[in-house]
Design a protein. Structure first.
Length: 357
């Protein structure tokens, strides 16, 4: 099989690329996804996050190596394995990052990646419930909304943050990120709005787009120093696909470097140790990943107002389901991330480097 473009991975980047590359109708695109279709209803209900968390059908079971700083323990790295990738299984929190992070990339020589360079694309992609403003767009493919219901525990949390000196912030994706407030979510009309829903679903009717699920890419086919195709496993068979133009690697922070290494691109000593012919010795491939880790703190609430109180009884669950079915509101319409605080510890000056939620 042969296509103009082959996109490996149907996560956030892969779904966007599949949409944009097929929009003109001039190019054929193959999109490969190792996971299944996103047909499970719980993938689309925001509170379904808790129902499916780390389900091996929809998640890769990644863990870190034992960490000395964690007393030899490992940490789970949740990564989505389904159409939409991690955007189909994450906590729905819509956070772009800080202006200074993008400007730092630009200062390192990445022209076109400064905050003012990428902001128009954020606005173009967004269908913001609040409407358009200098930081947000309306009418784009990706639904972004405020919580459909406020919760008294979160209201108290935000009020307490104010008493502790943290300013109120009603838009973490606006002029500044620091402060306390409610998160915006990748949700629309009470449903999760994953990259598959927002970008891939509208494109799937196009005849120049082929989507193969449960197709695990094993390596990139290199010829003359260029990527010319991919080898993938599907249904017990090992298949190859050729790219007339480009292979676009969108397999995520873990598996993109892994696929490069399996294809012979990476630290030469490591590849030789695993019997992989070295095509290009690049020591940085597979190194330098930084991720935010969660530390869970548990508190006992003195009043019966938590999610556990609502979901812990049959009657509560029936009321939650009925409210969601009738109005797409209530606790089922909200992911696990309701409200939070961004603040600076001082290691980066006044820039926030810590999040509580």
């Amino acid at each position: 099989m042969e296509f103009d473009y082959i996109v490996v991975g149907a996560g956030s980047a892969g779904c966007v690329l599949a949409n944009r590359l097929t929009a003109s109708g001039a190019h054929s695109v193959l999109l490969l996804e190792a996971g299944p279709e996103d047909r499970n209803l719980w993938l689309h209900i925001p509170a379904g996050y808790g129902r499916l968390y780390m389900n091996p059908k929809y998640y890769w079971g990644f863990e870190t190596e034992p960490e000395e700083q964690l007393n030899g323990r490992t940490a789970v790295i949740p990564r989505g394995k389904v159409l939409g990738g991690s955007s189909a299984v994450n906590g729905l929190v819509y956070i772009r990052g800080q202006r200074e992070d993008y400007d730092e990339w630009k200062a390192l020589g990445n022209s076109g990646w400064g905050y003012d360079d990428v902001l128009p694309y954020f606005r173009k992609s967004e269908d913001q419930q609040r409407g358009a403003d200098p930081y947000h767009g309306a009418g784009g493919p990706l639904g972004v909304s405020d919580p459909r219901d406020r919760h008294e525990v979160c209201d108290a949390f935000i009020a307490a943050a104010g008493e502790a000196g943290f300013p109120r912030n009603d838009d973490f994706n606006g002029r500044r990120q620091a402060g306390a407030g409610y998160f915006q979510a990748t949700a629309k009309g009470g449903w999760r709005h994953s990259a598959a829903t927002a970008f891939l679903k509208p494109a799937r009717r196009r005849p120049n787009l082929t989507v193969l699920t449960e197709a695990l890419t094993q390596r990139i086919l290199l010829e003359g120093g260029e990527a010319r195709g991919v080898e993938f496993r599907r249904g017990g068979a090992v298949l190859q696909a050729r790219a007339r133009r480009e292979v676009l690697l969108c397999a995520g922070a873990i598996q993109s470097p892994q696929l490069l290494q399996l294809s012979g691109i990476g630290p030469g000593e490591l590849l030789q140790r695993h019997g992989i012919p070295v095509r290009r010795d690049l020591p940085g491939v597979g190194r330098g990943l930084r991720d935010h880790c969660n530390v869970w703190l548990a508190y006992r609430c003195t009043r019966p107002v938590t999610l556990n109180d609502y979901a812990g009884s049959l009657g509560g669950r029936i009321r939650m389901a009925a409210r969601y079915a009738l109005s797409r509101s209530g606790l089922l319409s909200q992911g696990p991330g309701y409200a939070g605080i961004f603040f600076a510890t001082g290691e980066r000056g006044t820039l926030p480097d810590m999040q509580v939620h």
